[in-house]
Design a protein around this ligand. Structure first.
Ligand code: ASP
Length: 590
């Protein structure tokens, strides 16, 4: 037997017991002829001690140990002289009678401690060593726990976990597909699923009225800090449901997760906000509602006073920032530069300060009387000491910029505590989104999302203005300004689905070629259905109080989509290329 106990298990009650442990040497040190070793495994650390009076061979082996050696020890549990209250096993140590080296280890390239000295790149290369560190272990434990709770909850609600294939035809979620060449079908390719969207809908047609899957999805898109080319979704679908049923079911799931995993009670019911309100008041379709600082449109209050910048734009909006009247000239200049960065994209920033003494100062003083400025301050409900920040331009673009500015100011004021959870449903999304560049509509969620029944007439109209007004029973679950999940009530009638492809500018031939299977399935008795998917990695990260998902994935890719540990992607040899009927135009790096 390799071990009788784990390294996290033994307590003072075990004193006197003979035990066998196995694990990694965290560190060892000599003190007055004695050797102390910290032995680590997944469960914790236990201190081992070898007395100077012990068997000579044992003393020598103990002195020869290096960090991360794998050893097996036998000994007696004894009460420690100097206890360590910070460690669960801190009251005891093991007085060794035998020590066996199971495997030596090279000196690790970085310290395996909570705070490692290794840079990100180095730790990624030796991910299996990084995973030995406590913070990563905790992250993976949390991930497991959440997955377990999800399965429990959904199982109790009659959901079946059903796997769907990875080698499929393209699913339109708005990203590029990863493709896999088919050896047996020369010149043909599978796509890896961007999500199981079409399959879960086919399962509804097949009568499996409650489906879920914790499933890998693949999207070939530019990787922003918090994206991975392969990521995991909690993917769900239900038949014979309306939006209300879906929201209630998954509100219940999130409430259970918060309670059972974090012991946090979230609001009941979770607040809801229409997409239009989210955009108008928060400048974002995923508002962070942990704090106010809402956007107000002030167009009619400020136009017509001779300030040509304001007079020449369709929209002027503002936020009022608490306590910011104390900003110096220099700080305001820096903030102005900040909003002009391409990431925000504003042309300039106008401010109105409501000073502590009640006076009002602004960067546009010469166009407005103090009374007019006061009227704006009153409208904004700005108090003494606050500063109003104003941006202008095209409506949605300006609102989005104000949204970014609002988050920045919220951050600066410390209003975004990661341990404060403010969930929100954003509902009533527009069905379609017009793109000026390509001069066509795109599905705001995906092309299987149904128009609201009361908007069907608009949906069959040929006028762009009508189509822009069509809303969907689509919903996003938002937590602290992050979209954690989203879904919709789907189209389940073949003719509506065909109309959708037509609206999206997809020809009948193309629709048949790409999506004939699902249009056809809808002709064989498709039930009304709807569902959603949660970004599982992101749920884990937010539950763990972290911004990035990378630490919650055992083997993630870097920002270039590379796995630097196994060095993938990589070239394949000519034989394999030939078998796959492939030739590459990529320049040979040699
Ligand atoms: N397939 C969708 C997505 O990946 C989720 C859904 O509509 O259920 O975003």
């Amino acid at each position: 037997m390799y071990r009788t106990h784990t390294c996290g298990e033994l307590r003072i009650e075990n004193a006197g017991q003979q035990v066998t442990l196995a694990g990694w040497v965290q560190k060892s040190r000599k003190l007055g002829g004695m050797t102390f070793i910290d032995l680590r495994d997944r469960y914790g650390i236990t201190q081992l001690v070898v007395d100077a009076t012990a068997d000579q061979a044992l003393v020598e082996t103990a002195s020869s140990l290096g960090r991360e050696f794998v050893i097996q020890v036998e000994g007696t549990v004894v009460e420690r002289q100097s206890k360590n209250p910070k460690m669960p096993t801190g009251d005891i140590e093991i007085s060794l009678s035998a020590l066996r080296i199971l495997n030596k280890a090279m000196t690790p390239p970085f310290t395996i401690e909570d705070e490692s000295d290794g840079g990100e790149e180095l730790r990624a290369k030796y991910r299996y060593l990084d995973l030995r560190r406590n913070p990563l272990k905790k992250a993976l434990e949390l991930r497991h726990r959440i997955a377990h709770e999800v399965r429990n909850y959904l199982d109790a609600q009659n959901f079946l976990e059903i796997e769907t294939p990875y080698l499929i035809k393209s699913t339109p979620e708005g990203a590029r597909d990863f493709v896999v060449p088919s050896r047996m079908n020369p010149g043909q390719f599978y796509a890896l699923p961007q999500s199981p969207q079409t399959f879960k809908q086919l399962l509804m047609v097949a009568g499996y009225d409650r489906y879920f899957q914790i499933v890998r999805c693949f999207r070939d898109e530019d990787l922003r800090a918090d994206r991975q080319p392969e990521f995991t979704q909690i993917d769900c679908e239900m038949s014979f449901v309306e939006q209300e049923d879906v929201l209630n079911t998954f509100e219940g799931m999130m409430r259970t997760l918060f309670k059972n995993v974090l012991d946090v009670t979230i609001p009941n019911p979770i607040p809801r906000m229409s997409w239009y309100d989210a955009m108008d008041r928060y400048g974002s379709d995923k508002p962070d509602i942990r704090f106010g600082m809402k956007i107000h449109e002030i167009t009619s209050l400020v136009q017509g006073h001779g300030f040509s910048v304001f007079d020449s734009v369709p929209y002027i909006g503002a936020i009022s920032v608490e306590g910011a009247a104390a900003y110096t000239r220099k700080q305001i200049d820096a903030l102005t530069d900040w909003v002009k960065r391409p990431q925000v994209g504003a042309k300039g920033l106008v401010y109105i300060k409501v000073n502590e003494d009640g006076s009002i100062r602004s960067s546009v003083d010469k166009f407005y009387t103090p009374e007019q400025l006061q009227a704006i301050a009153d409208f904004m409900e700005a108090k003494k000491g606050d500063m109003i920040l104003v941006l202008c331009g095209e409506k949605r673009k300006t609102q989005t910029m104000l949204g970014v500015l609002r988050i920045e100011m919220g951050e600066r004021l410390g209003l975004r505590d990661p341990h404060d959870f403010a969930p929100l449903w954003v509902v009533d999304f527009p069905l379609l989104e017009w793109d000026d560049e390509t001069n066509r509509f795109y599905a705001m969620h995906h092309p299987f999302t149904a128009p609201k029944p009361e908007h069907l007439d608009l949906f069959y109209s040929d006028r762009k203005e009508d189509l822009e007004k069509v809303c969907a029973n689509a919903y996003d679950f938002v937590l602290n300004g992050t979209e954690l999940g989203g879904g919709s009530i789907r189209i389940h009638e073949a003719d509506v689905q065909e109309r959708m492809f037509e609206v999206l500018g997809i020809s009948k031939e193309e629709a048949d070629y790409k999506f004939g299977f699902i249009i056809n399935a809808f002709k064989f008795g498709a039930p009304p259905h709807g569902g959603l998917a949660f970004g599982f990695d992101r749920v884990c990260a937010l539950f763990g109080g972290q911004e990035t998902i990378r630490d919650f994935i055992a083997f993630p890719k870097n920002n270039q989509g590379r796995d630097v540990m196994i060095d993938a992607p990589s070239v394949i040899d000519q034989i394999q290329m030939d078998e796959l009927h492939l030739a590459t135009t990529a320049l040979d790096k040699e």
